[in-house]
Design a protein around this ligand. Structure first.
Ligand SMILES: *Cc1c(COP(=O)(O)O)cnc(C)c1O
Length: 383
């Protein structure tokens, strides 16, 4: 216990102590914090404002009436219900793959899929900026984990050459969650043709937002056939909860038989699956959602630029690098006083010295709100 106390004290001194923000949600797109102030939420991944969409709520309510609030068991036991199977068909169609398998969450998907596909004799090549769930999946696999420099295909190729002859899995994100930039998917697919590895792309921040019908970046780039596994989550742009992986039938059968986070975990509540399926139908039918989000993201970056703040993100995730941890926290506090809820992302989530404010743009933000947020940030950054 002694050492826990010392450890926590160390975190506090270093400005890295994490605490839960005490908030409530008085209205979609807003949060209230301790003093009761209403803030505009720039930390949520509810990009398309679907978490409050009546069509999702109606689908969830209908499923609750029919199936109750819980699935009752894992899918391989008696938890497998029509909403799960319908959702898998919709998810596979969305990303243009043959089949899909639903997991409890993106974290469970990555920690189940990677060990199911690669064992102790294999290697996993992972972009340095990949999500923690991908790292944890690599650890559970017991495979040799080789990290390549962010978006650096030359480094990836050098590692592939060095370790040729071993089963290899390459994992990247299509839109990086903390930097908001895109993976060079075409170049990675070109390497796959030469070196023959399994390729998984985590589209947690891209499904619903890019490509035809919101099918993601892999589909947008016409690479659905080349990418072996496309992972998507339902908790971000799709306004619900859970995740899926889409692949060919053989890989899906492998996962059903081997992925421990699928086999040994209770199926998603049917209402959650039904809400996710309704969300897929909404995004497939309405291209204006994603074009509107792209427009607002662009607008925010232009507003920042008018205030002399440059950011290179091409997406709806707009990081503003501050540098020092305490400076990032101070800027987030100033923004909070001005009515904007933004998270300061610090090490170890991001590399040391790159503490940042991470703005996520959603359809809750109007153009004038975005302009106000940019102006507030400019003031907050004045030393
Ligand atoms: C959010 C996220 C996950 C985890 O998904 P959850 O459904 O929230 O568990 C996995 N991968 C990436 C890239 C993410 O951004």
């Amino acid at each position: 216990m002694e050492s826990f106390a010392a450890w926590l004290k160390g975190l506090r001194t270093a400005g890295r102590f994490r605490r839960l923000p005490v908030i409530d949600r008085p209205a979609p797109g807003r949060v209230t914090e301790q003093q009761g102030r209403q803030l505009h939420d720039f930390a949520s991944n509810d990009y398309l404002a679907l978490a409050h969409d009546p069509r999702l709520a109606a689908a969830a309510q209908a499923a609750i009436e029919r199936y109750g609030t819980g699935a009752g068991a894992a899918r391989l036991m008696s938890g497998d219900l029509p909403p799960h199977r319908c959702l898998e068909q919709a998810a596979a169609a969305l990303v243009a793959k043959e089949r899909a398998l639903v997991f409890g969450s993106g974290y469970l998907a990555n920690t189940g899929i990677i060990p199911a596909l690669i064992g102790r004799h294999g290697v996993v090549l992972t972009d340095r900026l990949n999500h923690a769930s991908i790292y944890d999946g690599c650890r559970l696999a017991g495979a040799r984990m080789l990290r390549f420099r962010h978006n650096d295909c030359d480094h990836l190729e050098a590692l592939l050459r060095q370790h040729s002859g071993r089963p290899a899995l390459v994992v990247v994100e299509s839109v990086y969650s903390m930097d908001g930039d895109f993976a060079p998917l075409a170049d990675i697919v070109a390497l796959k043709k030469r070196y023959g590895f399994l390729l998984m792309v985590d589209e947690a921040h891209a499904v619903g937002l890019y490509g035809p019908e919101g099918g993601g970046r892999v589909r947008e780039m016409g690479l659905s056939a080349e990418v072996d596994l496309v992972l998507g989550t339902f908790g971000k742009a799709l306004g619900s909860y859970g995740a899926f992986v889409a692949a060919g039938p053989m890989l899906i059968d492998v996962l059903i038989n081997r992925a421990r986070t699928f086999i040994f975990s209770t199926a998603l509540p049917p209402a959650t699956a039904a809400a996710s399926q309704a969300a897929i139908e909404v995004v497939r039918a309405d291209p204006s959602l994603r074009s509107e989000l792209a427009g607002r993201s662009q607008w925010f970056k232009q507003a920042l630029s008018r205030h002399g703040i440059e950011t290179s993100s091409p997406s709806q995730i707009v990081p503003v690098i501050v540098g020092r941890d305490d400076a990032a926290v101070a800027a987030a506090q100033t923004l909070c006083q001005r009515g904007f809820y933004v998270t300061a992302v610090r090490p170890p989530t991001v590399p040391p010295g790159t503490a940042r404010l991470r703005f996520t743009i959603t359809l809750h933000h109007t153009a004038s709100r975005l302009e106000e947020a940019a102006a507030a940030l400019a003031e907050a950054l004045i030393p």
